[in-house]
Design a protein around this ligand. Structure first.
Ligand code: C2E
Ligand code: CA
Ligand code: CA
Length: 573
């Protein structure tokens, strides 16, 4: 194959521009001879003693690709080499010593000289070839370094980390290994608050600590270019708590101040036949599973966790279309007033169901907490609140009365800026009396975020809606605090009913709560009632309203309407 000479070198991208050679010699004639040999191929700089050479090198004004150095001069060539060795930016430049003295070769080698050219200069072609080869060798080396390594920390970048991890497997087939992701939490925020240099110091400290860790136990470290995550592939450890505390200490020391929290994800016992990208992906997902919870710093991969995380992500992704397509259905669980001789259907709680063509029936226990985490609950509850008002109007038109509905308000909804106005909008625009519209909020929300929640709930109540405290007694508030809460209905937590059958004393507690509620003029609701015994006990104890499987499960719209039809129209109540 014919090779075009003009391209052969430049195909490596190395000799496209003339490279610069610095010739250092105190004898002018030597400088001139070398210069004439090299000047067709190189750009030439000249220095006539070691000091002058160092001035040129250190100033960095010119990028120098090779130094041809005489040894015996006023400022000795060996001194130049010593300075070069102490200066990292000069170490990337190859040095060739030009000498007629064989005896100093060994000393020069020790000082890091890369090659020799014999004086007097006899074969010009060989000199040119040697200069070229040396430059090429060095460039290849530094290019490799550049692509292999992360600039800030000098650790392997992810691509090379994966490559060397495979090599590590091959070299140590009998060692069981773990893949780790290590990352300081909220580095972006730290950078914003204290500046990039501060963040870089933390990263450098982590890099140093991790490098030391693998130098002790075997393994390698890489960094996700530009990001805050480090990867570690190392011999298996039962526990990484001590690594965590070392990292914390190192980070703290690096910036001399507050604690940095970390996330460490561990994928233990890596199967070497698995593609490293897959292993890294699982390790990343394990780190993501820690979410915004900065208190927990170490997460261990498990298949089960992995599937859960994936499923959650899918649900979040599917939400907007599901809402649009009407996959969220309002169900209605009847509430019965048990004060009179016969229980009477008096209202219902709206409970949401997601019936998805993709996931099947998704329980609110699975998606409500998930949507609360990422704020989607706001959109969902708004949809439910509006739909519910629409049904109430429709029933008024059909049956001639307003059947009260209770709606669950998430703790997270409280932070929606126009919440109260929105609710007023749904209810008023459907012409519904506000006191037929009940808002349920859990006791835990009331108590945990009291400062935020109480004023908003107060505002909703002041607007004329009814407030129902859900899951009351589940252990958050003192009974004393109850007097300060704005509410109309107290809904006793299901746990009491469940516990009642096992422990007779619970019956006394239930009675006490009912009395307490009455003292505060509240209507008392008990939910989760499943048996006749429970119903009779509650009736006898003065409970006003009952909700539970004993009377009815939550019903889809059609069945619930049938029930209204039966109870009110056919039985004429
Ligand atoms: P919750 O508000 O405490 O709702 C009561 C839960 O108890 C419902 O579960 C209901 O189906 C169930 N239940 C009713 N009677 C009985 C019974 O006799 N025995 C037993 N074992 N359980 C009974 P569901 O529908 O799965 O809802 C779970 C939770 O999801 C609700 O607890 C509520 O916190 C939340 N949720 C449901 N719908 C909505 C909604 O529209 N918006 C918001 N923000 N949360 C909702
Ligand atoms: Ca509820
Ligand atoms: Ca409840």
């Amino acid at each position: 194959m014919a090779m075009n000479k003009g391209i052969s070198n430049s195909s490596k991208g190395i000799f496209r521009i003339k490279k610069t050679v610095l010739i250092v010699d105190d004898e002018e004639i030597n400088v001139e001879i070398l210069s004439s040999i090299l000047e067709d191929d190189f750009h030439i700089l000249k220095a006539y003693d070691g000091k002058e050479a160092l001035d040129i090198l250190i100033s960095g004004e010119q990028k120098i690709d090779l130094v041809l150095l005489d040894v015996f001069m006023p400022f000795d060539g060996r001194e130049v080499l010593k300075v070069r060795n102490a200066n990292p930016s000069l170490k990337r430049i190859p040095f060739i010593v030009c000498t007629s003295d064989k005896n100093i070769e060994e000393e020069c080698f020790r000082l890091g000289v890369n090659d020799f050219i014999k004086k007097p200069y006899e074969n010009p072609d060989i000199i040119v070839a040697r200069a070229k080869r040396m430059i090429e060798l060095y460039e290849d080396r530094s290019i490799l370094k550049e692509v292999e390594r992360d600039k800030l920390t000098n650790l392997y970048n992810v691509e090379f980390f994966k490559k060397y991890a495979k090599q590590y497997d091959a070299n140590f087939p009998d060692v069981q290994k773990d893949m780790l992701l290590v990352s300081p939490n909220r580095l972006r925020l730290i950078n914003e608050l204290y500046g990039r240099d501060y963040g870089d110091k933390i990263l450098l400290a982590i890099a140093a600590e991790l490098s030391e860790f693998v130098s002790e136990c075997g393994g390698l470290v890489g960094r996700n270019g530009g990001g805050s995550s480090f990867f570690l592939y190392c011999a298996h450890h039962e526990d990484y708590a001590s690594l965590l505390s070392k990292l914390k200490e190192a980070a703290k020391k690096a910036v001399g101040s507050a604690n940095v929290s970390f996330r460490i994800a561990v994928y233990p016992f890596v199967d070497p036949s698995l593609d490293k990208e897959i292993v890294l992906g699982r390790t990343r997902a394990t780190a993501d599973s820690l979410g915004e919870d900065y208190a927990k710093e170490i997460a261990i991969y498990s298949q089960e966790n992995q599937e859960k995380t994936l499923h959650k992500e899918k649900l979040i992704e599917a939400f907007p279309a599901a809402l649009e397509n009407g996959e969220f259905k309002l169900f209605f669980q009847p509430k019965y007033n048990i004060v009179g001789d016969n229980p009477v259907l008096s209202s219902a709680e709206v409970l949401i169901r997601w019936i998805s063509p993709e996931f099947g029936f998704v329980s609110p226990g699975d998606f409500i907490p998930l949507f609360e985490e990422n704020g989607l609950i706001g959109k969902l509850d708004a949809y439910i609140f509006e739909k519910a008002a629409g049904y109430m109007r429709c029933w008024k038109e059909r049956y001639g009365f307003y059947l009260p509905l209770s709606l669950n308000l998430s703790r997270v909804d409280i932070y929606r800026p126009n919440l109260v106005e929105e609710i007023i909008g749904y209810v008023d625009s459907n012409g519904i009396p506000r006191d037929k519209y009940y808002v349920e909020i859990t006791e835990s929300a009331f108590v945990l975020d009291a400062g935020e929640v109480i004023p908003v709930i107060q505002k909703i109540r002041d607007a004329g809606f009814k407030i129902e405290i859900d899951d009351f007694g589940s252990g958050y508030s003192s009974f004393g605090a109850l007097a300060d809460l704005p509410f109309d209905v107290l809904k006793i937590d299901m746990a009491f009913i469940r516990a009642m059958d096992k422990n007779p004393k619970v019956k006394d507690i239930i009675k006490m709560i009912i009395q307490l509620g009455k003292t505060l003029d509240a209507v008392i609701v008990t939910e989760g009632v499943e048996t006749m015994e429970q119903y009779l006990f509650l009736k006898e104890s003065g409970c006003d309203v009952i909700q539970g499987y004993y009377f009815s499960k939550p019903l889809p719209l059609g069945e619930f309407e049938e029930k209204i039809q039966k109870e009110f129209v056919e039985h004429g109540r």
